[in-house]
Write a protein that binds this ligand. Structure first.
Ligand code: FAD
Length: 256
């Protein structure tokens, strides 16, 4: 646990300093789904980060006087190496930044990055059982929490409720399947919103009260992390509080 505390203390201290933009090299690209790529990025002057935090990335856009920045959660574990980060970027149709990052960036390219930021974090000291609720690319910081627990060798129960359009659009799908088979403490429940038949999903609809009641009843979660579009986050938070979760235990990150 010593290295976890070191990361936590250093990150708190670093949070008070303004962070510089730095040029970082994209070393690999992993195609996750038809609309989402993981960019693996080597950050030259990396501060330690906590699972759940994000980086800002900015790129020049034609016709704009200044680069345009967006926030992207880190999906990789900070342990053992927080200088290599993986961000999972879903292309937002008609968006300024994400289509460029997904369709145009290649290995070897340099990107301007700044971070880490954010208080949506989980480490072993936050305890569990942990209910992770993610919709679409909202799974990215939740994956960092899962990968971190594996890297640290602990086994606090985690249940991921993950809403995707269909199996083809499940980010980290294969890895989640393998990890939940390997680790008793990890359970994954998929919900597919646009495929009513696929048996790999437990549910076939948007996240709703009945679904959360069922999962919450099984998990007896003490902490919950909810990430994704604002409407999913607000609804899930409201339901978990109604079910009796302590407000201090419900943490949210909205991708708006
Ligand atoms: C803390 C945090 C972490 C995040 N982490 C992730 C992550 O891990 N992965 C991820 O994929 N995303 C993440 N996001 C979301 C991400 O930051 C961007 O918001 C997202 O990629 C869209 O950016 P964009 O520039 O492509 O789209 P934008 O240019 O912001 O456009 C968004 C939408 O608005 C529409 N739009 C734009 N301008 C107009 C206009 N003038 N009139 C009408 N409609 C318009 C576009 O068509 C598009 O549909 C995160 C957000 C936050 C706040």
């Amino acid at each position: 646990m010593a290295s976890e505390l070191t990361v936590e203390l250093t990150t708190k201290k670093e949070r008070s300093k303004p962070k510089p933009w730095q040029m970082a090299k994209v070393t690999d690209i992993i195609v996750e789904t038809p609309e989402t790529n993981t960019l693996r990025i080597a950050v030259p002057e990396a501060d330690p980060f906590l699972p759940g935090q994000y980086y800002n990335i900015r790129i020049p856009i034609e016709g704009r006087p200044r680069p345009i920045q967006r926030a992207y959660s880190i999906g990789s574990s900070p342990h053992p190496d927080s200088s290599i980060i993986e961000v999972g970027i879903r292309e937002t149709p008609g968006g300024l930044v994400s289509p460029v990052l997904v369709r145009q960036v290649a290995p070897g390219d340099l990107l301007e990055v700044r971070g880490p930021y954010g208080a949506f974090t989980w480490t072993q000291s936050d305890g569990g059982p942990v209910l992770l609720i993610g919709a679409g690319s909202g799974v990215v910081p939740l994956m960092a929490m899962i990968r971190y627990q594996i890297a640290m060798g602990t086994s606090i129960p985690m249940h991921l409720l993950f809403s995707s359009k269909s199996y083809e659009y499940v980010i980290y799908g294969r890895e989640l399947e393998e990890l939940s088979a390997e680790y008793d403490w990890l359970e994954v429940s998929h919900s597919f919103t646009r495929d009513p038949d696929d048996a790999r999903a437990r549910y076939h609809r948007r996240i709703d009260a009945q679904m959360l009641e069922e999962i919450y009843g099984e998990v007896s979660a003490r902490v919950a992390y909810i990430c994704g579009p604002p409407e999913v986050v607000d609804l899930s938070e409201e339901i978990l509080l109604r079910l009796g979760m302590d407000p201090d235990g419900v943490r949210t990150e909205k991708y708006d």
